[in-house]
Design a protein around this ligand. Structure first.
Ligand code: TMP
Ligand code: ASP
Length: 238
């Protein structure tokens, strides 16, 4: 399958058309941004790792019954996926307080929740992806009530599966962001990516951060952290 015209360029990926109108190719870049594009940089080799990792995890989710956009890895950085229309919501699942949750509610990072939380942000860069509740999402017609229920259930199922997978790698899944898409027949599938860009991953023993917070917070060792997660995932599969 060959890349045709570029349809879209995002902060971390490009999307290309193919000969098949139902399929597109996503191409992962090394570019990294944070704080809605205010902070810009490069994480060498990130695109290769995120492509590989996201595909491995999505394949596992598929095997466990979660529908995803994944079709086939084409190369180091390129993957064939189903063309979907993205539901303009960032779906965030949290197992441990961190990041914006800690800041907003004044809770120390690292406090473990009794049960996971699910929250939605309106995926809109101009507005800075504001937090919203389900009635807001309905008012804005971002999704139907049925879709919101389905998205929440799928997000919690993904949390269970990913938590277990990362635990086998000695990694605590603190929180993560998902995006969902609709196929032409209206089926909801998991889309976008699952990677250290979109998850908070802490070493279970040392609590060392193994994710994009190293870039966001200028902690150093960004490339090494991404490579370490990839190493453990590869080992887990062996
Ligand atoms: P937050 O604590 O900043 O709200 O982030 C929650 C999770 O979502 C964290 O794992 C990082 C991820 N995330 C993204 O993938 N993209 C984003 O634009 C933001 C703000 C967070
Ligand atoms: N990707 C996001 C941005 O640049 C932010 C983040 O992941 O922190 O806006």
């Amino acid at each position: 399958m060959e890349k045709k015209e570029q349809l879209y360029e995002g902060k971390a990926k490009k999307v290309f058309a193919t000969d098949d109108p139902a399929l597109v190719i996503v191409s992962y870049k090394d570019d990294a941004t944070a704080f809605n594009g205010l902070k810009k940089g490069t994480i060498a080799g990130k695109g290769v790792i995120n492509n590989r990792m996201s595909n491995l995890l999505m394949r596992r989710l598929e095997e466990a019954g979660v529908p995803t956009h994944f079709v086939q890895e084409l190369s180091d950085r390129d993957t064939l996926v189903k063309k979907v229309s993205i539901v303009p919501l960032e779906v965030i699942v949290r197992n441990v307080a961190a990041g914006s949750f800690s800041k907003r509610y004044g809770v120390e990072e690292g406090v473990v929740f009794d049960a996971p939380t699910v929250e939605f942000s309106y995926k809109n860069d101009d507005l800075g992806d504001p937090l919203l509740n389900t009635s807001h999402a309905l008012a804005l017609k971002l999704a139907t009530a049925e879709e919101l229920e389905q998205i929440k259930a799928m997000a919690l199922r993904v949390d269970e599966l990913l938590k277990a997978a990362f635990h086998r790698m000695g990694i605590e899944l603190v929180d993560f962001k998902l995006e969902f898409g609709r196929t032409p027949d209206g089926t909801l599938v998991l889309a976008d990516e699952i990677s250290p860009d979109t998850c908070r991953l802490w070493d279970e023993k040392t609590h060392e951060k193994l994710d994009k917070d190293r870039f966001r917070r200028d902690l150093g060792g960004v490339e090494d952290a991404y490579q370490e997660v990839m190493r453990r995932l590869t080992e887990d599969l062996a």
